[in-house]
Design a protein around this ligand. Structure first.
Ligand SMILES: C[S@@+](CC[C@H](N)C(=O)[O-])C[C@H]1O[C@@H](n2cnc3c(N)ncnc32)[C@H](O)[C@@H]1O
Length: 229
């Protein structure tokens, strides 16, 4: 079950940087205080039932790699009748986001910590999500690092196993090579159709990451796909 290694070998190449900044004392405090309310902890062999963690029903949107959580919090505010589940590896980001959820008085967002692929494979089950959103995945711009990009056929197939029919995958990137890579991967896997419209795109806000990309004149690509079973 849950382990990045199987038989001593990595199951896939991690798509994130391991040491991205130190957690501050106030972030540690936020985690201690708010994780029990907004975080979902799990044992290495546990499959989570989300209805035991959300206090409401409603469509489920999963944001992978939410960083400092600004988009996640704004989505949860814009869609109070939806459940928003964030998955992130980075502890400072998780801490900052618990604090933002609390400050905004949001009750429809929950967080899981870990590699999204591991969580989707080992800790969630069934077709549960109406949409996945992945905003500015780590770029891995060098050709030799492309195997570390989050969007890979294996990952997309795992996402497809957790999506409801007609569910949506939204990928936003400021790296032209990543946009091309995403289109290529999506056309290589079964059951996905590119769409020109995303129900969730209109709720997008500019995160600090996006502001920096725009300031550096990088073009933002918004790619959306629907699962057609
Ligand atoms: C470039 S940052 C963008 C953050 C945020 N989406 C934004 O727009 O500001 C990418 C984020 O994805 C997270 N990430 C990368 N691979 C991941 C994975 N496999 N599972 C969960 N989070 C991941 C990283 O930790 C990082 O916080």
């Amino acid at each position: 079950m849950s382990n990045l290694k199987r038989n001593g070998q990595l199951r896939w190449s991690p798509s994130y940087l391991r040491n991205r900044g130190q957690i501050t004392r106030s972030q540690k405090r936020a985690l201690r205080q708010w994780w029990p309310l907004y975080g979902i902890s799990f044992r290495h062999d546990e499959v989570i039932r989300l209805d035991e963690h959300f206090n409401q029903n409603g469509p489920l949107v999963i944001e992978i790699g939410f960083g400092a959580g600004d988009h996640l919090v704004s989505l949860a505010k814009a869609l109070p009748d939806h459940r928003i589940l964030g998955i992130e590896v980075h502890r400072p980001g998780l801490a900052a986001t618990t604090q933002k959820i609390h400050n905004a008085g949001i009750t429809n967002a929950r967080l899981m910590r870990g590699d999204a692929r591991l969580i989707l494979t080992d800790h969630l089950a069934d077709r549960i999500a109406d949409a996945f959103t992945i905003q500015f995945p780590d770029p891995w711009p060098k050709a030799g690092d492309a195997h570390r990009r989050l969007i890979q056929p294996g990952m997309v197939n795992v996402i497809a196993e957790r999506l409801l029919p007609d569910g949506e995958l939204l990928v936003i990137t400021d790296v032209d090579a990543y946009a091309a890579h995403t289109s290529e991967v999506m056309s290589s896997v079964k059951n996905w159709t590119p769409t020109s419209y995303s129900r969730f795109n209109k709720h997008r806000i500019e995160t600090n990451y996006e502001k920096k990309a725009l300031a550096e004149s990088r073009q933002i690509s918004e790619l959306s796909f629907q699962l057609k079973l």
